[in-house]
Ligand binder design. Sequence first.
Ligand code: HEM
Length: 484
Amino acid sequence: MALLLSPGVALGLLWVLCSFFLRWNELRSHQRRVLLPPGTMGWPVVGETIEFLRRGPDFLKKQRARYGSLFTSHLLGSPTVVSMDLEVNRWILMNEGRGLVPGYPQAMAEILGEWNVAAVHGAFHRVVRGALLSVVGPAAVRERLFPTLDEFIRSHLCDWGGSGGGGATVDVQEKAREMAFSSALKLIAGIETGEMATELKAEFFKLVRGTLSLAVDLPGTAYRRGLQARKRIIRLLRGLIVERRRSSPSVMKGGRDMLSLLLREEGEEEQDVHQTGPKLTDEQIIDLLISVIYSGFETVSTAATMAVKYLHDNTSALQELRKEYSEISRRKSPAEGALTWGDYTSMEFTRAVILETMRLATIVNGVLRKTTEDIAMNGFVVPKGWRIYVYTRESNYDSLRYPAPLRFDPWRWKDRSLENHQHFMMFGGGGRLCPGKELGLVQISLFLHYFLTRYRWEDAGGNEIVQFPRVEAPRGLHIRVWPN
Ligand code: HEM
């Protein structure tokens, strides 16, 4: 087909191209004017995104070897400074607010909403964080959420082995995702099954895919589907809120799920041990609930899936875990099915397996920040409006802290100082330290406990794991499972 353009369209295209190149040159000359860290910016518009997505960790290591551990790049549509410097990374996490705010990609910010916890900062972030900690923080997990989680995960792990004793093939990744989503929904609104849960789950999975896509709002794109999913999720959650408000005062007052706690009136909170802080609007509550499901979903499900994979490949760690669990069942009577908080805290090797899984698989590669003013850093300047990629992945393979770093060795976590080390950043740090850390650890621990005590399994073959940009088994992680 001949390329026949009207003069108007041709002029428009010329204008767009000129703007791109002018902007690019502006970036390059800016690079010369201020003392930016060294580095390259790649091609106009796409920058170095393609190489970054294709060769991720290797590309960043190559740049570090050439330019040092603080270098510039242009990634995912933004001029970016990548920091692989442990001290700088710690400083950034500890200095939230001083010209630094979260800087997640546009698709994520828009689909998760303006009140989502990663989009707010300053005084309002402290309000949202207070509300979050009151509903999912360590005290809430210990005092309120543990039995609900235990019961939910116990029933989620029923009947995996099929009937007739011949075993069944199960996709652990899919099961772990279902567990992470459904247990969050249970904690939020007491919902487990039914039409509402099914619809929310389908929409939520579309929302997740949308947040990980390019923000191109065209029919058929993952981004467009993510935005539509957000609208439907809002409608469903708003319906739940209206229903709660209509329910009898005793339901509202006595309810212990997150929604009831967040909907309490301010006056009532004062007598409540699980205070939620200042009252949030319905829109803010909805975005907070979406943040809770979203933040725990991928981290928890991926860690649970990868733990099963590593345990399959490391029989001595598997045996040690089984020993830990038989010790617990020896202490209990056969009638006592449920685990208690005491049982959970005694599962020290389980915690070590989870931390080692998170380290070796690098469930979180790093976090993103944006500068709201020029920031001086290690003798350089990061200009206002730039992104900083606080890339923590390499610190997981630091052979001084983790000898033989590529070996799966949960025993190394017996040294509790590793978890308290100032450069331990698997859960972030500072004012944005993960509020769901204990909740996530409990979910994965219960999952491993019930999985191992109920089943034996073997790899069903054909499984492939991709470790960047996110850890996943693209076609699922299939195993063959038999009841113990
Ligand atoms: C167990 C696996 C988990 C890992 C590895 C993990 C990791 C992280 C990391 C690295 C951050 C810092 C993000 C930043 O600084 O921008 C973070 C923040 C957060 N996490 Fe987690 N997380 C986990 C589980 C959970 C769970 C189960 C929840 C559910 C409530 C959750 C909720 C959040 C929230 C709401 C934030 C944002 C906090 C803020 O901005 O103040 N996480 N998480």
